[in-house]
Structure formats: structure tokens, C-alpha cells
Design a protein around this ligand. Structure first.
Ligand SMILES: Cc1cc2nc3c(=O)[nH]c(=O)nc-3n(C[C@H](O)[C@H](O)[C@H](O)COP(=O)(O)O)c2cc1C
Length: 409
């Protein structure tokens, strides 16, 4: 693959990563992911963000650098926007190939560079407002954007081209293949990246939503013609779209989100399962879109993405060893860690003799500030009255969700 020109002297250098590994060791990548680095050529040469040794990413970027006549030992500066190893894992090897390489990173990155890679020499801390003149009209400016996604995160902006190198902010899952720009994607590819951008946000960034809002506020002072993130498409037409999209995602942390419901359920022997259809019927009778996931058959990554966008949550869960059924407990733990707050929720589920899931669930839902309807629990199999009540509760939840979203307009 060739380096792709963004503006004169500015290129995307990107590695396509396949689908066999989990991102951060947790999140599935059914359609891969891209690791985007950027080359800025003035009289001096800067590389912004690196890769780790993953699916031959170093080889992929070496050949793209070669396509614009640059080898690793010709790079003067490496700008590290973010220390996470997907962007820095190959740092020691790059330094060995290019001992004179100067590394620029935020102040908080400096101890991390030492701790992760044992590198102390040739490292310079930069902070908001600092700049680096590369000559030939190219100047890089740095802006700290703490906690988007780690505390040391910053973004880099090139003044002449107004390109923002935003690292994890405004990124997406999904490998880009030979394409670089959002405006090059077909309608179906745009839909796909819409979904993958939300899943990436929910899985990776959601916990830090208040910091995303702060960073977006800070970036209002910059003129931005192109948003160039470290994963996924580059936005050169209507770059404000992806910023608005991220602002909307961040606003969903405390709800209400969209007038939709995420319905997640689990069952060992089919008793809880018998309540799934009636509750779904009730929801659908009110015309509210519903995203259904059965766990552990489906990965929590997809549940979290849908829960992030949904104002309503349904939990179908039996009692297991006096507590919540473990696959559902895992879902709730992930929703809690990601701060999926202030949702309107309804739980149903079966128990054998004493129950216990509900008590434990209430500890979660109160810490997550969820507004919960009365739970529908039944011993063993649900009877006809239970099933009718389930349908009613589904419709009631759907009405509550519509009302909340209406009130929020
Ligand atoms: C390993 C195991 C542990 C269970 N622990 C409890 C329990 O602590 N309290 C309870 O009331 N029922 C308990 N049950 C009974 C289930 O909650 C009950 O069978 C229920 O109907 C299962 O729902 P399901 O068919 O949707 O899986 C347990 C069942 C199993 C298999």
C-alpha cells in the first residue's frame, strides 16, 4: 500500500489489522481496525503516532514511508499523542533503527516512556500552546486533552493545513483497506463505520465522556479543516460531523439517549427465556426500536454499544447461586465501568426457591442511577398471568422511554 496524501507534505501511513485478535485484549474486531500514523514533511520530518508489532504493522508502515521516499532513520521527530501500546509498542525498535530520533510527548507521558520502553534520552515534554517548526511552512502545535483516553493524551495540529491529528478521539473500529477518507466510502461502508464508530466510542472512550466534552470545548479555538484520527476514516469533508457525533455520544452518558431499548437476556433452562417474546411484543406494540442480545452467546462489546445509544434497558436474568446469573453480572459490570447512567430499566427473571438476583441487581442500578420499574420475578416457569404482565411491562417501559426522550427535546 502507498502512503496517502492528505495535504502537500502530509501523508497518512496506516496499518490494516485483521480480525483474529481482541482490541485491548477484550473487544472483538470482526472487521479489523486501522492503526493510523501521519507523516509531516517540512525541512525536517515528523512522524505522528506509531504502531505496535501487530499483523506486521511495522512492515506495512515501512513500505508506505518508502513510497514517499522516507526511511525510519530519516525521521527527525516522533510525536506521541498517546502512550497506549497500539501507538507506541514499536518505539524501542524504532529508536534502535534511528538513535538520533527526537521524541516529543506530553509531560505526563515522560515517565510512561521510561517505564514502558526504558527510554529517557532524546525525549522532550510539550504542553498546550507549544509548537514545533519543521520548516517549509509546516508547524505543529500541541494541545493537552487529558483522559481522552489516558491521562497523558494530547492532540497535534498543523497550522498551514489545519489538519488535526486527534489520536484516539474521533476514531473508529474497522480496517480501512486501501481507503483513507470518510468521503470515499460507499453508503453501506458509511453505515458500517457509523456502527463501528459508536461501538469504538462505547467500548474504548465512553468512561471518559466528560473529558471528551472538555476536549471538544478546547478544540473550538482551533480552525480544523481535516480530522485525522489514529483509527478509522479521516474526515476532510465536513470534519465538524465527527466532532458533533462524538459530542452527541458523550452527552448520552447521563441519559436520555435515543428513544430505543436494549434488551439483554440470558437463560439456563428456558424459564426466563419464555418471558422474552411477550416483553418484546409489548415494546414493539409501542413502536420503539429494540436491540436484542442473548449473553453469553453475544459478546458484551455489542451489548455495550447498543446500551450506550438506548434510553431503555431490559434485563432478562435468572438467579444463580443466590446472585445474578454470571453472564448478566458481567454485562452489568461492563455497563457500570462505562458509566451507562440514568437509564430507564425493567428486569424479569426466574428463580427456584429463594431468588437473590434482584437484591444484587439493585446495588448496581442504584449506583448507576437507573430508574427501575418493578421487577417481574417468577418461581420456575412463568404462568399465563406472568406472561400477560410481561407484555404489559414491556409496553409500559416503551412508553416511559418515549416520554423521557420527548421531555428531553
Ligand atoms: C447452578 C444453579 C444455581 C441456582 N441457584 C439458585 C439460587 O441461589 N436461588 C434460587 O432461587 N434459584 C436458584 N437456581 C434455580 C434457577 O434460578 C431456576 O432453575 C430458574 O428457573 C432458572 O431459570 P432459567 O430456566 O431461565 O435458566 C439455581 C439453578 C442452578 C442451575
Amino acid at each position: 500500500m502507498q502512503a496517502i496524501r492528505i495535504r502537500d507534505g502530509i501523508y497518512r501511513i496506516s496499518a490494516n489489522i485483521g480480525n483474529k485478535d481482541l482490541f485491548e485484549g477484550i473487544w472483538p474486531l470482526p472487521n479489523g481496525v486501522s492503526l493510523n500514523s501521519y507523516l509531516v514533511k517540512g525541512e525536517k520530518i515528523a512522524l505522528i503516532d506509531l504502531v505496535k508489532d501487530w499483523d506486521d504493522a511495522p512492515g506495512q508502515i515501512a513500505s508506505q514511508l518508502a513510497s514517499v521516499g522516507v526511511s525510519f532513520d530519516q525521521i527527525d521527530y516522533l510525536i506521541i499523542n498517546h502512550m497506549e501500546p497500539d501507538h507506541t509498542g514499536w518505539l524501542r525498535e524504532l529508536r534502535e533503527k534511528n538513535p538520533k530520533l527526537q521524541i516529543l510527548a506530553s509531560k505526563k507521558s515522560i515517565p510512561l516512556i521510561k517505564n514502558f520502553y526504558g527510554i529517557e534520552e532524546g525525549v522532550k515534554a510539550v504542553s498546550s500552546g507549544d509548537s514545533l517548526d519543521l520548516g517549509d511552512g509546516k508547524t505543529l502545535f500541541f494541545e493537552d486533552t487529558p483522559n481522552v483516553h489516558w491521562p497523558e493524551t494530547m492532540v497535534t495540529w498543523e497550522r498551514s493545513s489545519k489538519v488535526l491529528f486527534s489520536c484516539d478521539a474521533f476514531g473508529s473500529f474497522g480496517a480501512m483497506g486501501n481507503k483513507a477518507f470518510h468521503d470515499e466510502l460507499s453508503a453501506s461502508e458509511k453505515d458500517f463505520f457509523d456502527r463501528e464508530t459508536l461501538r469504538y466510542y462505547a467500548n474504548i472512550v465512553s468512561t471518559f465522556s466528560p473529558f471528551v466534552e472538555r476536549a471538544i470545548k478546547k478544540l473550538e479555538n482551533l480552525e480544523i479543516d481535516v480530522v485525522a484520527p489514529s483509527h478509522g476514516p479521516i474526515w476532510r469533508e465536513e470534519p465538524e460531523k465527527i466532532v458533533e457525533q462524538y459530542a452527541q455520544y458523550a452527552s448520552w452518558m447521563k441519559g436520555p439517549a435515543l428513544p430505543e431499548i436494549t434488551f439483554v437476556w440470558s437463560s439456563m433452562y428456558g424459564n426466563t427465556q419464555r418471558m422474552v417474546e411477550p416483553v418484546l411484543e409489548g415494546i414493539r406494540s409501542e413502536g420503539v426500536p429494540v436491540h436484542v442480545h442473548r449473553v453469553p452467546q453475544e459478546h458484551v462489546s455489542f451489548v455495550l454499544a447498543d446500551a450506550w445509544r438506548s434510553t431503555g434497558i431490559v434485563l432478562g436474568m435468572p438467579t444463580y447461586e443466590y446472585k445474578m446469573f454470571p453472564p448478566m453480572a458481567h454485562v452489568l459490570d461492563i455497563l457500570d465501568r462505562s458509566h451507562v447512567q440514568s437509564r430507564t430499566a425493567f428486569r424479569f427473571g426466574s428463580y427456584g426457591w429463594s431468588g437473590g438476583a434482584q437484591k444484587q441487581l439493585e446495588e448496581f442500578t442504584s449506583s448507576m442511577k437507573w430508574n427501575c420499574m418493578e421487577a417481574l420475578e417468577f418461581a420456575g416457569a412463568p404462568d399465563a398471568d406472568d406472561l400477560a404482565l410481561g407484555r404489559e411491562r414491556g409496553a409500559e417501559l416503551a412508553r416511559a422511554v418515549k416520554k423521557m426522550c420527548q421531555a428531553d427535546k
